[in-house]
Design a protein around this ligand. Sequence first.
Ligand code: ADP
Ligand code: MG
Length: 284
Amino acid sequence: MGIIKAKNLLFEYIRRDEEGNVESINRAIDDVNIDVKKGDFVAVLGHNGSGKSTLAKHINALLVPTEGTLWFKDMNTTEEANLWLIRQSAGMVFQNPDNQIVASVVEEDVAFGPENLGVPTKDIWTRVEDSLNAVGMMEYRGHSPNKLSGGQKQRVAIAGIMAMKPECIVLDEPTAMLDPNGRKEVIRTVKELNEKEKVTVILITHYMEEVIFADKVYVMDEGKVVMEGTPRDIFSKVAELKSYRLDVPQVTELAYELKNSGLAIPDGILTTDEFVDAICKLRQ
Ligand code: ADP
Ligand code: MG
């Protein structure tokens, strides 16, 4: 079994009036099955309101299923006794870096997580240094987080999670509020953590360019997983993606249009290099 497994997961937000009567029920997750292998980089795509954040919150038991089951490392998230261990091993990074910074000096901010876990002081500083190095923010250890760029703040937030030595990090649209450079910094950092530190990554995003190197992609729509596969599998199905109100990477789109107009270009072109190769082959 993988590090994260969801079986027939269903979640409903239930709104009640003052007397406790049910006013409305919103099914945000509808019979979702996922299986994430340890060490994988998994991306979750989906239009606004498709249930991505709700799913993310199930991974570290911020929400528990209305029906079905989610296991993190074989631990059922509904069992109270598992909560501490689950929260410790599944770190969450959210959209807005400003809401995640708690201290007025970078290194203290990164130390906050392991301090809360009761890590001995001497080990905390090793962890802080390792984590700041891992996200390339060591030179800012004494700085005030307020003065950093959005991308840098988000890297500090990621270092804070890494300092807790999680086995898995779940990033819920971590680049949504960043400029293109900030987005690149953060994605590069996350990719490196996955490759070098072997952290399992769940990246929720609606930037298609960010998922092309994922091991696996899940596409969500109206609470359901509607597509799953490698980035190439997913991006070969341009029309289907569009039906879920999603775009494809620009170069994939261009290749798709050229193919539709009669050129012999393969499906699922993901990078400019692949595109150039395909075009050059046409001329031979
Ligand atoms: P996404 O992250 O893909 O945008 P969400 O998981 O935030 O999607 O939302 C899924 C559905 O659940 C949407 O219809 C949204 O309106 C609804 N929803 C999200 N949070 C709440 C909440 N706290 N109370 C009621 N409904 C919610
Ligand atoms: Mg969301």
